[in-house]
Design a protein around this ligand. Sequence first.
Ligand SMILES: *Cc1c(COP(=O)(O)O)cnc(C)c1O
Length: 380
Amino acid sequence: MKFNTKTIHGGQHNVDPAYGSVMPPIYQTSTYSQTTPGGHKGFEYSRSGNPTRAALERAFASIENGEFGLAFGSGLAAIDAIMKLLKPGDEVISTNDLYGGTYRLFTKIFEGFGIKFHFIGMENADKIEEHVNDKTKLIWVETPTNPMMNIIDIKKAVSIAKKHKILLAVDNTFATPYLQQPLEMGADIVMHSATKYLGGHSDVVMGALVVKDKELAERLYFIQNASGAVCGPQDSFLVLRGLKTLHIRMQRHCENGKAVAEYLAKHPKIEKVYWPGFESHPNHAIAKEQMNDFGGMISFVTKGNNYEEAIKIVENLKIFTLAESLGGVESLAGHPASMTHASIPKKEREKTGVVDSLIRLSVGIEDVDDLIADLEQAIG
Ligand SMILES: *Cc1c(COP(=O)(O)O)cnc(C)c1O
């Protein structure tokens, strides 16, 4: 099956043997009857497994070209499960420009459990190897990065990970498998905040992991069940429904993203636009190689880098909603320094480019003329 067919049919064969419903039923149940102790039909308790969630997990595996999918109660719960593969004393090399909540989980929770993190700029992937030692157990890659839209060379990171026998995980939330498929490039684990593009309708919080290796899948499944951060059947159904239009939504996100990026780049009040589709983007060549298109996420800074002016712009927007999150059908705007990245100290965030006037857009799938007109009236 090719990708557009997989988003609709991947792992969905015969989801309802009882009545043949095309969508899997929402099995709103915590437990399952047994004829004799252990005599069940594949499910015994909904933390351990639920048929609606299982249908979604098969869909996740299919669209990422993996073998095993796991669904969690949030993206951070999915990352938390990966981190529980590690032990005190282990070391992690992570990109320094990453989702603020991931940074908080790493530094405020897992550093306390004795795991050491090296946060580095991975735009030059050769730098990863400088931090490898015999305690390094995981390389954490987020690409495109949030919110600076840097692109990390996944294949190069994979070659370093394989050489030193280190696990490599990719947060594929921004790109989605429509744009890039890290498992195909040799990554061990793909992670998603399914809250974003996979769900696509800003109505669910959910996380996903996909792997190819059976032993790794079993370890992660053990953690999923033992720690228990699973998602419910209703949310599983909603994300499964969202997934079925991922490819057409992404196509429009990319088209609208390009038009908005080009509009902003020409605007006299704008200093710089961060979008990997520009030839002037420092990692454009890698983006072109490892991604099928450039997505609908854009960041920009205004001339003079004025905090109050940036706040005024995001307040003035009418079609773009000022809100956390991204990846839904509706366009959203955010001010990372005061919102998503407020948990990163100012000095740290400015090192990566998250300055006071940085505004991040999640360009939705509305008519692009309306989006540009909205930006025009808000920026002035
Ligand atoms: C939102 C997000 C997360 C966290 O996911 P939640 O579903 O909010 O827990 C992780 N990584 C990236 C890139 C995100 O955008």
